[in-house]
Design a protein around this ligand. Structure first.
Ligand SMILES: [Zn+2]
Length: 441
C-alpha cells in the first residue's frame, strides 16, 4: 500500500514536470535601441527545439521578424508560427529585429501602431510565446521593456522611465513607448497623437468623456480598478485605414492615412469620426465585471451590432446635428445587409470575408430588438443587461444565450423572426428585415 502510494506520487510528479516543460511561458524582453529599431528576445529556463505562440492570426512573423542570428528562423506549420534553429538543435534564447509598422491582422490587434512623433503603441499579446507550443492553460508572461534614455513606457495607466517589468495575461494589453505624456481627465487617461488634426484631437478630448457619461447612464459605471486609457495614434503614410479596438480598460484608435488633415472637409467627416469614437467607447461599457462580453467571430453581430446601435443612440442624444448622418448610416446598413444576406447567412459571413455584415445587419437587428422590447416596456439596453448578468454567472457568450435572454423581453414568435434573420440566407432579405420591426413602424 505504502509502495503504491509512493509510486503514484512519483508518476504524478513526472507528469507535472512534463506539462510545465511543454508549455513553459517564455520571458519576453522588448528593446528599442534607436529610431524605429525594435527588438524582441525570448528566454526559457530549459533548452527547447521550438518556441510557439499563443496568438497565430497569420504568418506575418515569418516575414516581419528578422532573426538576429542566422541560425534562427520563424516558420509556419498548420496555421501556427514557430521559432526554431535551422539545424533543429535545442536553444533557450532567441532574438529578432522587428518591423515596427502598422499592419492589420485578421481577427487580432495590430502589433504596432506608430505615433507621428516616433512613439509606438504595442500589443503585448503579440509576444506571448511558450516552449514548444502554448496550450490553453498557459496564460502568464513576464515582460521587460527597455527604451532609450529620454523615452517612457505606459503600462496599466502608469508611466515608467526607460525600463519596466510586468506580468501580462489574457488577451494582453496595449503598451505605449515614446515621448508623449498622457493627459488625465476626470474620466480617462489619454495619449492622443500630437500630429492628429486639431478637430480630431479636440473631439477626442471633449466628446469621448461626454460619450462615456452617456453610456454610463445607460449601462452603468465602469467597474475598473483604474481610469480607462485612450490611445489615439496617427501614421501619416500612404493608405486609408482606420482601426479601433478595446481591451480591458483600454480604447485605441489608429489612423493609417496620408494627410488626414486635408480630409476634414467632407460633410460626413465629423459625424463619421464621432460614430467611430462612440462605437469603441460603447464596447467598454458593454463589458461585465469580469471582462468583455464579446460573441464568437461567427456571432460578432452580438457585440458589434449592439455597439453600432449604442453609437447611433449616443450621437442622437449628444450631437443632434448628426441626425442626417445617422439616417444615412441606417440606409447604408440596410443596403449592405440586404445584399449580404442574399449571398450567405450571418453565421457564415466571417468565414467568407464579409465581416462588415456583423456591423450592418447587427445594427438593424439590435435596433429592431430595441423597438420590439419597447413595446413590452423595456429596451435593447435591458436585453444587454440580462446578457451581462448571465455572463457574470459563468455563461459563455453564444447566440443561444442571446436568444434565451431575448425571450425574457419579447414574445417568442418575434424572437423566432430574429433567429431566422440571423440563421438563414434569404432570397428576400428586405421582407425578413421588415418583419423584425413592430407592425407600427
Ligand atoms: Zn467594435
Amino acid at each position: 500500500m505504502k509502495k503504491l502510494r509512493h509510486l503514484y506520487i512519483a508518476s504524478l510528479l513526472t507528469l507535472t514536470t512534463n506539462i510545465s516543460f511543454a508549455g513553459e511561458p517564455a520571458q519576453v524582453l522588448l528593446t528599442k535601441t534607436g529610431e524605429q529599431q525594435w527588438h524582441v528576445t525570448f528566454e526559457l529556463t530549459e533548452p527547447v527545439r521550438r518556441i510557439g505562440f499563443k496568438r497565430n492570426p497569420s504568418d506575418a512573423r515569418t516575414r516581419r521578424w528578422l532573426p538576429e542570428s542566422e541560425v534562427f528562423q520563424v516558420i509556419e506549420i498548420s496555421d501556427e508560427e514557430f521559432i526554431q534553429r535551422r539545424d533543429q538543435e535545442p536553444f533557450s534564447r532567441a532574438s529578432f529585429t522587428l518591423t515596427p509598422t502598422y499592419i492589420s491582422l485578421p481577427k487580432d490587434y495590430a502589433p504596432f501602431s506608430p505615433y507621428s512623433d516616433g512613439g509606438m503603441l504595442i500589443h503585448s499579446g503579440r509576444f506571448f510565446a511558450c516552449a514548444n507550443h502554448c496550450s490553453e492553460s498557459e496564460n502568464e508572461w513576464h515582460f521587460r521593456m527597455t527604451l532609450p534614455e529620454d523615452e517612457h513606457i505606459i503600462v496599466s495607466g502608469q508611466v515608467h522611465q526607460k525600463q519596466v517589468s510586468w506580468m501580462d495575461r489574457d488577451s494582453g494589453q496595449k503598451v505605449y513607448a515614446g515621448k508623449q505624456h498622457p493627459i488625465e481627465t476626470p474620466s480617462l487617461i489619454a495619449v492622443i497623437d500630437d500630429g492628429l488634426p486639431d478637430p480630431i484631437r479636440q473631439s477626442l478630448e471633449t466628446h469621448v468623456p461626454a460619450l462615456m457619461n452617456y453610456f454610463a447612464t445607460r449601462l452603468g459605471e465602469l467597474t475598473l480598478s483604474q481610469k480607462p486609457t485612450l490611445f489615439a495614434s496617427y501614421a501619416n503614410v500612404q493608405g486609408g485605414s482606420t482601426q479601433g479596438g478595446v481591451l480591458p480598460g483600454q480604447i485605441f484608435m489608429h489612423w493609417n492615412v496620408n494627410d488626414l488633415g486635408a480630409k476634414g472637409a467632407g460633410d460626413d467627416f465629423a459625424p463619421g469620426i464621432l460614430w467611430f469614437f462612440a462605437h469603441e467607447v460603447a464596447h467598454l461599457y458593454q463589458a461585465s465585471k469580469d471582462g468583455q462580453v464579446f460573441g464568437e467571430p461567427d456571432h460578432a453581430w452580438i457585440h458589434e451590432g449592439h455597439a453600432e446601435l449604442l453609437a447611433a443612440q449616443g450621437l442622437e442624444a449628444l450631437f443632434p446635428e448628426s441626425k442626417d448622418y445617422i439616417r444615412e448610416r441606417f440606409q447604408d446598413a440596410k443596403e449592405q445587409c440586404v445584399a449580404g444576406l442574399k449571398e450567405q447567412k450571418m453565421s457564415d459571413a466571417s468565414r467568407r470575408g464579409q465581416f462588415g455584415l456583423h456591423y450592418t445587419c447587427g445594427l438593424l437587428l439590435h435596433d429592431a430588438i430595441d423597438q420590439q422590447a419597447m413595446q413590452q416596456g423595456s429596451n435593447a439596453t435591458d436585453v444587454w443587461q440580462s446578457l451581462r448578468d448571465q455572463v457574470e454567472v459563468g455563461e459563455p457568450v453564444t447566440a443561444g444565450l442571446f436568444w434565451h435572454v431575448l425571450q425574457q423581453r419579447i414574445p417568442s414568435q418575434v424572437v423566432a423572426h430574429f433567429r431566422r434573420f440571423i440563421e438563414s440566407r434569404s432570397d428576400e432579405p428586405e421582407a425578413s428585415l421588415d418583419q423584425l420591426y413592430p407592425q407600427s413602424k
